[in-house]
Design a protein around this ligand. Structure first.
Ligand SMILES: [Zn+2]
Length: 479
């Protein structure tokens, strides 16, 4: 077999593994087996100096680029009408029904069906427009102003769930989706990054608009696709058909897509998505409701800004900015000192936030917060846990310094730094440590002493001199 044939075989095999791993989330082989084949391909390419267009080695990102070449989208990328609440969503729906009825009155011979709806997640990343020509990915661009975007093909090629070639090879199509960074990937990245990223959305957008595709590759981005915006050879009857086309062409489609005949069911599902939002491994900032039937879409048409057949329902933000006012230091059960930030009160996802975590002193330095007192910071709330400070809004060190304590704020014992944390080693003489140990001893996970709370532990410490769990057994009952 000649080298090109061998290369082609390797590439087909690797791309198939890639597809199962990154698009379907169903790996077929171990990383080790994949790497062995990949190394074979790299060696073969180095030996022959040939790189075939769909080779996965193209995904590592090459030289630094000089700029972004503009790309004129083959069909405009519309923005979406927004509904901030349920009433606005109802108003949108009422207009759809009215317009369909108007159309049917004017066209009694060929009426439109009753509108049905598709409900999708609204990803919080960077919109992508991919151009495939005769089955090959020839361009990828940002949304830009909707008519012209920035060409970011080398960057997008590093996203392993984006196919470099697709089965459909009968003309040109443009598909739209969203480039994202998975939250688990961001967390891993930040654990070792010299400069942690503030949030997944900026991480994805910044990586895709980075002139060094190698940086894009390091971020290990992902993408979901949800629309065929242009096609010169294929039409669809409805949204389902279009989504099937995307799937058949190995484009990654998010599994959370719902179809409804009744608008009330859409509303119910919306509430469910909002509730389960924090369980997702990516950011969403809402959901999108679309009329499924393409004849209705055509009849409804567009305003000068957006289609009348789709609407974005915005969820409450989980991130906002506020001012970091002060930092206090708390002593935990193991003697670990945890910084707690007080911020200017701000509304976030329905609650007033006043306190945020900062994890440890290492985190403060890594997030460039050492000189952030009095500065504006990003905060993020997920689930019901206390919100986290993500970083400063500006890059400058324009705030007051956060002074790290050298002595235990409770007992005055000199602190020791171990890794990113400060510790008070005064195990037997530091009140908060003792109280926390006694509380822990009595807790459900340990002795499970009913009605015993940290208040009980404080009281026993202060009034009866209890200093360790064993002391509990020397107490006598006194009514
Ligand atoms: Zn102490």
């Amino acid at each position: 077999m000649d080298f090109k044939e061998k290369m082609g075989k390797l590439i087909t095999e690797l791309n198939n593994y890639n597809y199962h791993y990154y698009t379907l989330d169903q790996p077929l082989v171990s990383d080790k087996e994949y790497d062995a084949l990949y190394d074979q391909l790299v060696a073969l390419e180095a030996e022959t100096g040939v790189k075939l267009p769909d080779s996965p080695t193209q995904r590592v990102g090459g030289e630094i680029l000089k700029g972004f070449a503009p790309h004129r989208h083959l069909a405009p990328l519309w923005s979406l009408d927004k509904a901030q609440n349920i009433e606005q969503l109802r108003t949108w729906h009422d207009r759809v029904v009215r317009l369909v009825n108007d159309y049917n009155t004017k066209n009694p011979g060929n009426p439109l069906p009753n509108p049905c709806y598709a409900l999708e997640l609204k990803f919080d990343g960077l919109t992508l427009n991919l151009t495939y020509q005769d089955g090959k990915l020839v361009q990828a661009s940002t949304r830009g102003n909707g008519a012209v975007g920035e060409g970011i093909l080398p960057q997008v090629k590093t996203i392993k769930s984006v196919p470099l070639t697709i089965p459909y090879d009968e003309g040109t199509i443009e598909v739209q989706g969203e480039g994202i960074m998975n939250l688990s990937v961001l967390e891993k990245y930040n654990q070792i990054a010299a400069e942690p990223l503030k949030n997944a959305r900026n991480a994805a957008a910044g990586a895709l608009r980075n002139l060094s595709p190698k940086v894009t590759a390091e971020r290990k981005l992902n993408a979901y696709f949800y629309n065929v915006g242009y096609s010169d050879g294929i039409t669809f009857a409805d949204h389902k058909e279009m989504m099937d086309f995307l799937r058949e062409n190995r484009l990654k489609v998010n599994p959370y897509i719902f179809y409804f005949e009744q608008f009330d069911d859409v509303m119910e599902q919306l509430a469910d998505i909002e509730k389960r939002r924090s369980e997702l491994d990516y950011l969403i900032d809402g959901a999108v409701v679309k009329v499924t039937d393409f004849r209705i879409r055509e009849a409804l048409g567009y305003t000068d800004k957006f289609p009348r057949w789709a609407v974005a329902y915005k969820f409450e933000a989980e991130e906002t900015t506020t001012v970091l006012q002060s930092v206090t230091w708390n002593v935990g059960r193991t003697g670990k000192i945890t910084p707690l930030a007080r911020v200017e009160p701000v509304e976030l996802a329905g609650v007033t936030v006043q306190n945020c975590t900062l994890n440890n002193i290492g985190d403060i330095e890594r997030k460039n917060l050492k000189f952030a007192l009095g500065s504006r910071v990003f905060i993020r709330r997920s689930n019901d846990v206390i919100p986290e400070i993500l970083g400063k809004v500006t890059e400058e060190n324009d705030g007051e310094e956060i002074l790290f304590p050298v002595e235990c704020p409770s007992c005055g014992f000199p602190l020791e730094q171990r890794g990113a944390h400060l510790f008070c080693n005064n195990k037997t003489g530091c009140k908060p440590q003792i109280v926390a140990r006694i509380t822990h001893f009595a807790s459900r996970d340990a002795m499970d002493i009913e009605t015993f709370s940290d208040k009980t532990a404080i009281q026993l410490y202060e009034e009866l001199g209890v200093r360790e769990p064993a002391d509990l057994y020397t107490l006598s009952f006194d009514s």
